[in-house]
Design a binder for this molecule. Structure first.
Ligand SMILES: Nc1ncnc2c1ncn2[C@@H]1O[C@H](COP(=O)(O)OP(=O)(O)OP(=O)(O)O)[C@@H](O)[C@H]1O
Ligand SMILES: [Mg+2]
Length: 498
């Protein structure tokens, strides 16, 4: 329609029904409970000295990770935990709701404390009870971290090292697991929710928590110091473009331009490093998709939160224990072409599906989007090229480049700077080819000027002075050209003031 798309037809060859690997919380309850015995072996019947426990659970979440519990606390907890496991019918417990199960555990733990003559204050008992309930019913020591909404990532490197990312900064916490087997046990419980297991035979697994948080587990022998668990916390209140403006990740004018890019159905690639905010940005852009449009999303682990009524969400599936039944991103993207999509959104492009996404963008699915790992728009283009080359498509380099130019309109670059702040560092257009080289033009960039005494990066967003971006006609078609011109002009005025 705007002279950019080519007319190459795409004929999907694999007819794979969408089989999202949905979470199966029900499977978890039954499967996980018997595993509980694995962890609790130490310290049974130990002498009952007055326990040296940490202070009661603090009200302020920030203090949770500062708390280091003593060895004797873990000994006592083990003793009581083992006695509880012997006393309780775990299958029945699994059928109770969480509050009833907690009451049941509370009664038995109190009895055990009395019977074993453990001397504890009420506050210490409460803390012990909380810990034990978390172990039996939830994700053990991770529970207080999972309950916090300010954490972006939780990273467990073996039983004694748990890190979190808050406000873009990495922090070590005081949270620890009793031992590696308790950690493994919790990993097992998490992955059992998506019907999988992790063990020596299949030591890597992706899963999702019931709240939507994305989880990766890798266990020994591949993880040398005990299981490594990485959780990308699901944000209940999803970030929107105005939030990114508030965080100074982008200027208001930059945000307006992104909004227009999303609305006028530009094909967009969002590029960025790990945890730089790609998915968040994709989510923001999808906020400007019209309500009537039929959108199909393809993801490895569903993270996008589209608000439109007409959305089909698809998820890839890893192979089962026999190594069969995997559904790849490529198969999903190909299949979704048969589902009459208006826009296709690919959570993360990392392999040969790049080819199919470009084909889709090229053949009438304007406004399709995807994210990709790269450190600059230029690098994003070369990554795209190598994904296609490595996907086994024997196309000449020039053809691949032409395909990219014909498909991608805009590359938005997200970056996590070294002070932990996240910025949109480029809004770049793909404009054409000169010989064998793809030509791009930046509309907006973020310049780093220096660093203040506190290590905070000083920099500013600036427009590059382009008054008529390449997608101007497209903006006009959607009646957005005035808003676009105004945003570009305001951006220039802001630059002049700065
Ligand atoms: N502009 C921003 N300002 C502050 N926090 C942000 C911003 N963008 C994203 N975040 C937060 O950073 C974390 C990582 O964001 P996101 O999941 O979008 O990154 P990603 O690049 O998709 O990561 P991955 O490479 O792991 O897929 C999330 O907790 C998100 O809420
Ligand atoms: Mg992501």
């Amino acid at each position: 329609m705007f002279g950019k798309r080519t007319d190459s037809g795409n004929t999907p060859t694999v007819n794979v029904p969408p089989s999202p690997a949905a979470a199966h919380p029900a499977a978890a309850a039954g499967a996980s409970v018997p595993d509980l015995k694995i962890g609790g072996s130490a310290g049974f019947g130990t002498g009952v000295a007055a326990p040296k426990v940490a202070p009661p659970a603090p009200a302020k979440p920030v203090e949770v990770e500062a708390k280091h519990k003593s060895e004797s606390y873990y000994d006592i907890k083990s003793t009581i935990f083992n006695a509880l496991i012997d006393a309780i019918d775990l299958t029945q417990l699994g059928q109770l709701d969480r509050d009833a199960a907690r009451d049941e555990i509370r009664d038995i733990v109190n009895e055990i404390i009395a019977l074993k003559d453990v001397v504890m204050s009420i506050a210490e008992q409460e803390e012990l009870l909380e810990d034990i309930c978390n172990d039996v019913l939830g994700y053990g020591p991770l529970e207080p971290l999972l309950a916090r909404d300010d954490i972006a990532d939780i990273m467990v490197n073996g039983a004694n090292a748990v890190f979190i990312e808050v406000d873009g900064k990495m922090q070590k916490t005081g949270v620890r697991f009793r031992d590696n087997s308790q950690l493994l046990n919790i990993c097992q419980r998490i992955v059992s929710q998506v019907g999988r297991r992790v063990d020596e035979a299949s030591p890597i697994c992706d899963a999702r928590l019931p709240d939507g948080s994305r989880v990766n587990v890798i266990v020994p022998p591949l993880a040398i110091d005990g299981a490594a668990l990485t959780i990308r916390k699901f944000k209940k209140d999803r970030l929107r473009l105005p939030d990114l403006v508030k965080f100074k990740s982008i200027t208001p004018e930059g945000a307006t331009i992104l909004e227009i890019i999303g609305r006028v159905r530009c094909n967009v690639l969002i590029s960025g490093g790990t945890g730089s905010g790609k998915t968040t940005l994709l989510n923001c852009l999808t906020g400007y998709v019209d309500l009537e449009e039929r959108v199909i999303t393809c993801e490895d682990a569903a993270e996008l939160q589209l608000q439109q009524p007409h959305v089909v969400r698809l998820e890839t599936r890893p192979p089962n224990l026999e190594g069969e039944g995997a559904i790849t991103m490529r198969e999903l993207v190909k299949n979704c072409l048969r589902m009459r999509p208006e826009r296709i959104i690919v959570g993360e492009v990392r392999g040969p599906e790049a080819f199919d996404l470009l084909q889709a963008m090229n053949t009438g699915h304007d406004g399709s989007m995807g994210t990709l790992h790269a450190n600059s728009p230029r690098e994003a283009i070369s990554r795209l090229e190598s994904m296609i080359t490595m996907g086994g498509f024997s196309l000449p380099s020039k053809t691949i480049k032409e395909m990219i130019v014909g498909s991608i309109d805009v590359i938005v670059q997200a970056s996590r700077l070294r002070d932990g702040s996240r910025k949109i560092t480029h809004i770049t257009e793909v404009v054409g080819m000169e010989g064998d080289v793809i030509i791009t033009q930046d509309l907006f960039i973020y310049d780093i000027v220096g660093e203040d005494a506190a290590g905070k990066i000083i920099g500013q967003h600036r427009s590059t002075g382009i008054a008529r971006p390449h997608f101007w006609d497209r903006a006009r078609y959607y009646n957005e050209e005035h808003r676009l011109a105004e945003a570009l002009e305001k951006a220039e005025m802001r630059d002049a003031k700065d």
